[in-house]
Design a protein around this ligand. Structure first.
Ligand code: KG4
Ligand code: ZN
Length: 345
């Protein structure tokens, strides 16, 4: 079974090939045209996907040492994401499906982040997953493949969004997450005390208060001195902000694991590449005999290997889609419980 995976939900055009022998190729083309806007511009993203999707897929096939006729199914991100960007991937996958006469499999991008942990590993079910990406922060109980029960999610900004928005306040280039990670390594996480929204006993998250608190912190410094202040304290600020975000994530994760009684935990999404988060969860897992799985940093952020491996798992479960499949921009309540049933919205 050979699966071609295609990802185009945001600003990465990616293609990968996965088979029973593992990952055969993984091509990622990141769009740089958004940098000067400090965030992803949807229309620019769609156009950039359109320009390079064909060559990206060709590269993935070449690197895997296969041709179109070797593919058994095409897995493609169906949502959530930018509608125009998703449409590019979906239309391309549908065209390819018609041309080679092989089935198509629509992939939920958030599920795929979780299943990125299966690219080089075989975590045991059931498990608790924590997806921390640019658009989502979700804690779920996953009983078996594609049965995700939502335990908690963010009420406002996602954790990656918090890193990016605060990074912008500090004058860091977009995306702020990896930049803050880099600076945090040289700073003192206890230098400044920023709020951790724990929302009482809930498993939900909120990060917008932290962003406001950083804004007020900076506004207290006279305008003429602010730039110099940020330059001098950048590492301590990044470390303290990262501490506040990761403490909340780890505390909620610990609570979810205690409540659900599992001993396997999967971290996923762009923010799971974060050094402080990885260190904190690794220490906690070791002390509590938890089987912790975190993808390699390359598989934490958007990629098509996670789409291909999820497609492989769906193909094994006979979960194919057809050419009527439409993209969806958001996750809706009705497809949160049993992701296997997500189809059209
Ligand atoms: O999963 P992802 O690649 O895309 C989405 O599905 O959203 O996540 C992107 C997010 C961005 O907000 C980015 O700043 C954040 O992940 N991110 C990080 C790190 N690497 C990526 N945040 C903190 N530390 C990192 N090392
Ligand atoms: Zn993602």
């Amino acid at each position: 079974m050979i699966i071609l995976g295609i990802e185009s939900s945001c600003d990465e055009t990616a293609a990968a090939v996965y088979s029973e022998n593992g990952l055969l190729s993984n091509i990622i083309a990141s769009q740089i045209e958004h940098e000067k806007f400090g965030g992803v511009v949807p229309e620019l993203a769609s156009r950039a996907h359109e320009l390079i999707i064909s060559s990206t897929v060709t590269k993935a096939l070449t690197e895997a040492g296969i041709t179109l006729k070797d593919i058994d199914a095409i897995a493609v991100t169906q949502g959530p994401g930018l509608l125009g960007a998703l449409l590019v991937g979906l239309c391309f996958a549908k065209g390819l499906s018609l041309r080679i006469g092989k089935p198509i499999i629509g992939i939920n991008h958030i599920d795929a982040h979780v299943y990125a942990n299966f690219i080089e590993d075989k975590p045991a079910f059931p498990f608790v997953s924590l997806v921390v990406s640019g658009g989502h922060t979700q804690l779920s109980y996953v009983e078996k493949p594609f049965f995700h029960q939502l335990l908690g999610q963010t009420r406002d900004d996602a954790s990656g969004e918090a890193f990016d928005k605060i990074g912008k306040l500090l004058g860091l280039p977009y995306p702020g997450g990896p930049q803050m990670d880099k600076w945090a390594k040289e700073g003192d996480p206890k230098a400044f005390k920023f709020p951790q929204a724990l929302l009482h006993d809930k498993l939900d998250f909120s990060f917008s208060g932290l962003k406001t608190s950083v804004l007020y912190h900076l506004q207290k410094i006279p305008e003429d001195d602010r730039e110099a202040y940020v330059t001098v304290y950048l590492a301590d600020l990044c470390a303290s902000i990262s501490h506040a975000i990761t403490e909340v994530l780890v505390k909620k994760l610990r609570k979810a694991v205690k409540q659900s009684g599992v001993n396997t935990v999967l971290l996923a999404g762009g923010v799971s590449a974060n050094t402080m988060l990885r260190q904190k969860t690794e220490i906690w897992a070791k002390e509590n005999d938890i089987n912790l799985h975190i993808p390699k940093p390359l598989y934490c952020t958007d990629n098509a290997a996670m789409i291909a491996v999820t497609g492989y798992m769906r193909a094994q479960a006979n979960m194919y889609d057809d050419l009527r499949m439409k993209p969806f921009a958001r996750l809706m309540a009705k497809n949160m419980q049993k992701r296997s049933e997500h189809k059209l919205l």
